[in-house]
Write a protein that binds this ligand. Structure first.
Ligand code: BTN
Length: 330
């Protein structure tokens, strides 16, 4: 049997066993229903067990017990209720950066909604040339290909649109306080738990594609972070004091992303504006804004429907569309 044949049969086997979780079925009847040989089924079972699936076997009977909480394509696809996002999945064990792979795929014609995930990134990238620490087995590292029909000028708001989808998903799985730090950091109890890196490829008046890269610290323990990040970073596990199901959180995020993206294509951020304001950790506070080497002060008044930060400086209001903002202690 080729590797592909083993995998295909394993998928079918899994699908059948999952119809009756915890209940025994005769292996012979599964083998017959799938028009396979006993040896082929054996190979596929071994493959599934190696991935972390748990089954119980006794006297020619088999029962499905549990699936691994890993971002492998079978688990991502299983029970995912989206129409477009995640319909095509490239799931890797270890890559340099999922954003780089997604960009190559987008250029090669992969459709909108395709996602690239990895259990680990060796060169995960963050905003402003920073790196994104991506240890194996505890986070979510995903890049989604979008090919919006709107003009390139509307692309910057996609980062906030994604922040809303992510903040909603994180809130569902975390009891602590969740905030969005403009434009695209997710904070739990004031510490960074997730980040978003959107990368645009466009011509003058047409978007080729946007890669929406998302990194979430899900089950990181304190010592999974390098020493220099420990004071400023956190994870859902650290906030909840227990592990979180990564696949379930991931499904929730993909569902939210699909609906927020639909809304954004129709009316940009106007439908999510109230939510953005509720999640914002900056509105009403004095901040320091750095754009390149320039540092300015001001008070955040609002985030407008296009996703710009409305800053008041010496009695004047201005819309800021890029830069790094830090809260100034009052
Ligand atoms: C930031 O806060 O600076 C943005 C971090 C974005 C990290 C994600 S992880 C998946 C995707 N691949 C990358 O290399 N970066 C993004």
């Amino acid at each position: 049997m080729t590797k592909q044949e083993v995998e295909e049969l394993a998928d079918r086997l899994l699908e059948r066993m999952r119809r009756r979780p915890g209940r025994f079925t005769a292996v012979a009847s599964l083998t017959k229903a799938m028009k396979a040989t006993a040896e082929e089924v054996d190979n596929s079972l071994r493959f599934l067990k190696a991935l972390g699936y748990k089954v119980r076997q006794k006297k020619g009977l088999i029962a499905f017990i549990s699936a691994p909480d890993t971002l492998i394509s079978t688990e991502i696809a299983y029970g995912l209720k989206t129409k477009m996002i995640g319909r095509r999945i490239y799931a890797y064990r270890s890559v340099r950066s999922t954003n780089d792979i997604a960009a190559e795929l987008a250029q090669a014609g992969e459709p909108e909604g395709t996602i690239v995930t990895a259990e680990q990134q060796t060169k995960g990238r963050g905003r402003l040339g920073r790196s994104w620490h991506s240890p194996p087995g505890c986070g979510i590292y995903v890049s989604t290909i979008l090919k919006p029909k709107f003009a390139p000028g509307k692309a910057p708001g996609l980062a906030i649109m994604t922040s809303v989808a992510l903040a909603d998903a994180v809130s569902k799985f975390c009891q602590a306080q969740v905030n969005i730090k403009w434009p695209n950091d997710i904070l739990i109890n004031g510490k960074k738990a997730a980040g978003i890196l959107t990368e645009l490829s466009a011509e003058k008046d047409k978007i080729d594609y946007v890669i929406v890269g998302v990194g979430v610290n899900v089950n990181h323990r304190a010592d999974d972070f390098p020493a220099e990040l420990r004071a400023s970073a956190t994870s859902l596990r650290l906030a909840n004091r227990r592990k979180v199901k990564r696949v379930a959180l991931f499904h929730q995020f993909l569902r939210n992303l699909e609906s927020e993206y639909r809304r954004y294509c129709k009316s940009q951020l106007s439908a999510s504006h109230a939510k953005i304001r509720r999640y914002s950790s900056l509105i009403g506070h004095p901040v320091r804004l750095s754009i390149g080497r320039k540092i300015e002060g001001g008070v955040v008044i609002d985030i407008d429907a296009a996703g710009a930060l409305i800053l008041e400086q010496d009695g004047q209001r201005r819309a800021v569309t890029s830069g790094e903002v830090t809260l100034v202690k009052e």
